[in-house]
Design a protein around this ligand. Structure first.
Ligand SMILES: Cc1ncc(COP(=O)(O)O)c(C=O)c1O
Length: 390
């Protein structure tokens, strides 16, 4: 066997999202793009904000800047990121020295986990969760521990408390949440912070919080986003512009460490994070993208088109009699499957409607709809969803 046993196992059980995406490509080739309602992957292909595109042209015309830089990123770019985190109240006290530029949120999470984990350390994830966490945790010798969320997919701090043990090194939270669209409120976050402080005292070492927040600006209605990292000092804030600027192929993001994190050796911590950027083979975040982002990071993308598609889908789901909670953020909806999950997904596929089974996120009996798709695709999906549950 060329491929290791473990990777063979991952490949077989692998990412249901990617499998659905590949299936979508096959179906589109066979039946025509306009006839397939592919709502499987969260892959925004919309134009980025104007400020980003303008910066792209300006930076491309600038003198060459394609060389290596410190593994943590260009110092002035890290400073721009820290300024923005501070002035927007996302991470009070943040300075350039707390920021490491990364290849997207995936890079930020991997760099952080590699820095923190001893072999066998436990990392708690909250169901339903972004399936790639499974592989990121495994990459660094960790053991994933799954915890159920509240029935409305909100945080259940007591459930987290019950799962924490002496080997718990970190908890990953993701708000706004993929797949549920839930945005955690300050009370839930403070409840979690209290539990993590108690556990840190009980076990005599910090239990860290990794706040994965690539959908942070994508929030609808009254709900305001509060960074989980801002409510707990032993936090790492992981962000990327993949979703909010519609640039997932460009691989640009960062990890920012809470300025009050308990460590006696800040230079070691920050040096380790940037060294892990290199050891993992990322080396540094793309130079060109760092420059472009530094000039455009305070752009306010227009999410009105997402709101239109969310409303269309929610109306169709209501017409079809589905049970679901309207998303507070992201471009996902996570309804219950009427009847058996596998049967529903298969019936949807027969109608050329592609959605991801809830079991791929650790919550069976649901399906995830991504509305990071053109409106024509969403309208087709609305018709099919109603037909499916007629
Ligand atoms: C919750 C969550 N975290 C992290 C990522 C990875 O994002 P990036 O493309 O910025 O690495 C994704 C991508 O879908 C995601 O949904």
């Amino acid at each position: 066997m060329v491929v290791s046993e473990k990777v063979r196992g991952f490949h077989a059980s692998g990412s249901a999202i990617r499998k659905m995406f590949d299936e979508g490509l096959r179906l589109k080739e066979r039946f025509g793009e306009e006839n397939v309602a592919d709502l499987s992957i969260g892959n925004p292909g919309f134009p980025p904000p104007r400020a980003f595109s303008d910066a792209l042209r300006r930076v491309a015309a600038a003198p060459s800047m394609h060389a290596y830089m410190p593994n943590a990123g260009f110092p002035d770019v890290r400073e721009r990121v820290a300024d923005s985190l501070r002035t927007r109240g996302l991470l009070p006290g943040a300075k350039a020295e707390h920021v490491v530029m990364t290849t997207g949120a995936a890079g930020a999470l991997n760099v952080t986990l590699k820095t923190l984990l001893e072999p066998g350390d436990e990392v708690i994830v909250i169901r339903p969760y972004f399936v790639e966490y499974t592989f990121y945790i495994d990459n660094h010798g960790g053991r994933m521990v799954q915890v159920e969320s509240a029935p409305d997919c909100g945080l259940d701090p007591q459930a987290v408390a019950a799962a924490i043990g002496p080997r718990t090194r970190a908890v990953i939270v993701n708000s706004p949440n993929n797949p549920s669209g839930r945005v955690y409120g300050p009370d839930e976050l403070d409840g979690l912070a209290g539990i993590l402080r108690q556990a840190s005292t009980r076990y005599g070492h910090p239990v860290f919080l990794l706040s994965d927040e690539p959908y942070r600006e994508m929030v609808y209605g009254e709900r305001a986003f509060v960074s989980p990292a801002s409510r707990y000092e032993n936090s790492f804030l992981c962000y990327s512009w993949s979703k909010t600027f519609s640039i997932p192929g460009e691989r640009i993001g960062y990890v920012a460490v809470h300025p009050e994190l308990q460590t006696s050796d800040w230079p070691l911590l920050m040096g380790a994070l940037s060294m892990c950027n290199r050891f993992l083979g990322f080396v540094n975040a793309p130079a060109f993208m760092q420059r472009v982002i530094a000039e455009s990071l305070d752009a306010e993308p227009d999410f009105a088109h997402y709101e239109v598609k969310k409303d269309l889908l929610c109306a169709a789901l209501r017409r079809g009699g589905y049970r679901f909670a309207e998303p507070e953020g992201t471009f996902y909806i996570f309804p219950e499957t009427p009847g058996d999950e596998a049967d529903f997904i298969a019936r949807a596929k027969e109608k050329l409607l592609l959605v991801v089974p809830g079991s791929a996120f650790g919550r069976p009996g649901h399906f995830r709809i991504s509305f990071a798709a053109p409106e024509t695709t969403v309208r087709l999906a609305c018709r099919l969803l109603v037909e499916l549950n007629a």
